[in-house]
Ligand binder design. Structure first.
Ligand code: PLP
Length: 393
C-alpha cells in the first residue's frame, strides 16, 4: 500500500553509524531507523545474540514458559519502577496493552466507569485504532470512522485544563516524557513530578510512552529517571531501541497497576518470542551501561552547543532547538521535508517531525568525531536551505 513517502534511496548494509548503498556510497546515519538502531548497525554483540538463538529455537508460543522472557522481564524490572512486563512486537502494541491495563485496573476495583484516557496535542502513540485515538493528531484518524469514545485530548502544557479535565470517568493520563514525532518537546522534570502527584491525588494511573525517548536516548536509561524517582509512572511503554532493530516492545507496570491483567486478559502469538528476547537482553545490557549513558550526555552537550551556534548564524533557517539528550529536535524556518533532502544531498540522514522540525536521533554510541562530521554536514545543509530560500525570494 502506498502509505509511505519514501526517499529515493536503498541501503545494502550498515556498520555502526554508517549506511552503504548498493554502489558503495556511504551515509552518516543520524536517525537510526527512528531511534531504533540505538547501538548502530550490525553491532557485534546483537548479531551474535541473534545468530546463537537462531540456531537453537525461534518460536514456541506463550502456552509454554519462555526463559528468555523471564530473564529480560527481570532485568527490565530491576532497572525500573516496574514489577511485571508484557512483551509485544511493536510500540503501538505496547500502547494497546497500557490502555487495556489501565482500564482493567479500575474495572477490577469496582470502577468500570473509569475508562477515559487523557492525552495531549502533538503526541504520537502509534497507528493501531486505539493508539491513533490516544494520539494528539486528528489527521491520523481521518477516514477511519468515528473517533472512539474514552479518549480526551488537551493542549500541551496547560496545567489548568488538565486539572479541570480529570473527573469520575478518568482512567489514566498518557504522555511522552520527550515527544518524538510531535516536535521533540521535552516535559520539564517539575511536570513529571507534578503529574505523579496529580495522579496519586486523583486515584488515576500515569502512563509514560517511552517508546522513543527511553532506553538511554536522553542520557538516562529512561527519560523519567531525570525526576530521580519522584516522577515514576504506573505503566510504561517501550519498544524501538529495545531490540536495536529486531522488532520487540514491552508494556511495564507496577504490581498494583498490572494486577487485573489475569490469565486470558491479553495475549500475543509472537510477543516475547525467543529471538526477540535474546536480542533484547543483549541490547538492554549494552544500553544500561553507565559509561554509555555518560557518553550520550557528552555527545548531546556537543550537539546542543553546536546547533545553538548554527541557530545564531542561520536565523533564516534554524528557528529553535528542542528535545533532550540525543533526541534532538530542530525547528526550522524553511520547510523541513526540503531540509531532509538537503541533508541527504550532504550524505547525512535525519528524521522529520511535527511542527516543522527535523530530528537528529543518532546511534547512542556515535563517536565525538562522527558528531563533528554530522554537524559539518548539517551546516552544509543549512547553506543549501539558505541558498534555496534566497533564490526563491
Ligand atoms: C514509534 C512510536 C510509537 C509506535 O511504535 P511502532 O513500533 O511503530 O508501533 C509509539 N509511541 C512513540 C512515542 C513512538 O515514537
Amino acid at each position: 500500500m502506498g502509505v509511505y513517502n519514501r526517499a529515493p534511496l536503498a541501503f545494502e548494509r550498515g556498520e555502526g553509524a554508517r549506511l552503504f548503498t548498493q554502489d558503495g556510497e556511504a551515509y552518516l546515519d543520524c536517525m537510526a531507523g527512528i531511534a531504533v538502531n540505538a547501538l548502530g548497525h550490525a553491532h557485534p554483540r546483537l548479531v551474535q545474540a541473534l545468530k546463537d538463538q537462531a540456531e537453537k529455537l525461534w518460536h514456541v508460543s506463550n502456552i509454554f514458559k519462555i526463559p528468555g522472557q523471564e530473564a529480560l522481564a527481570k532485568r527490565l524490572c530491576a532497572e525500573t519502577f516496574a514489577d511485571v512486563v508484557f512483551f509485544t512486537n511493536s510500540g503501538t502494541e505496547a500502547v494497546e496493552c497500557a490502555i487495556k491495563t489501565a482500564r482493567k485496573y479500575h474495572w477490577a476495583r469496582g470502577n468500570p466507569e473509569r475508562v477515559d484516557i487523557i492525552g495531549f496535542e502533538g503526541s504520537f502513540h502509534g497507528r493501531t485504532v486505539a493508539a491513533v485515538n490516544a494520539s494528539g493528531n486528528a489527521s491520523y484518524l481521518e477516514g477511519f470512522g468515528p473517533p472512539l469514545p474514552g479518549f480526551v485530548h488537551l493542549p500541551y502544557g496547560d496545567h489548568d485544563a488538565l486539572r479541570a479535565a480529570i473527573g469520575p470517568t478518568t482512567a489514566a493520563i498518557i504522555i511522552e516524557p520527550v515527544q518524538g514525532e510531535g516536535g521533540a518537546r521535552s516535559l520539564p522534570v517539575a511536570c513529571m513530578k507534578g503529574l505523579r502527584q496529580l495522579c496519586d491525588e486523583q486515584g488515576i494511573l500515569l502512563i509514560y510512552d517511552e517508546i522513543q525517548c527511553g532506553l538511554g536516548r536522553t542520557g538516562r536509561l529512561f527519560a523519567h529517571d531525570w525526576a530521580e524517582g519522584e516522577g515514576n509512572p504506573d505503566i510504561m511503554c517501550v519498544a524501538k531501541a529495545l531490540g536495536g532493530g529486531f522488532p520487540v516492545g514491552a508494556c511495564l507496570a507496577t504490581i498494583a497497576a498490572g494486577s487485573a491483567m489475569s490469565v486470558g486478559s491479553h495475549g500475543s502469538t509472537y510477543g516475547g518470542n525467543p529471538l526477540a528476547m535474546a536480542v533484547g537482553e543483549a541490547a538492554l545490557d549494552e544500553l544500561a551501561k553507565p559509561e554509555l549513558l555518560a557518553h550520550v550526555r557528552e555527545v548531546a552537550g556537543y550537539f546542543n552547543q553546536r546547533i545553538a551556534g548554527l541557530k545564531d548564524r542561520y536565523p533564516d533557517v534554524v528557528a529553535d532547538l528542542r528535545g533532550k539528550g540525543l533526541l534532538i529536535g530542530v525547528k526550522l524556518v524553511t520547510p523541513n521535508r526540503e531540509f531532509m533532502q538537503h541533508a541527504r544531498d550532504e550524505h547525512l540522514l535525519i528524521a522529520g517531525g511535527g511542527d516543522n522540525c527535523v530530528r537528529l536521533l543518532p546511534p547512542l554510541n556515535l563517536t565525538l568525531d562522527e558528531a563533528r562530521e554530522a554537524i559539518a554536514r548539517f551546516e552544509a545543509a543549512c547553506e543549501r536551505a539558505r541558498a534555496k530560500a534566497q533564490a526563491a525570494a
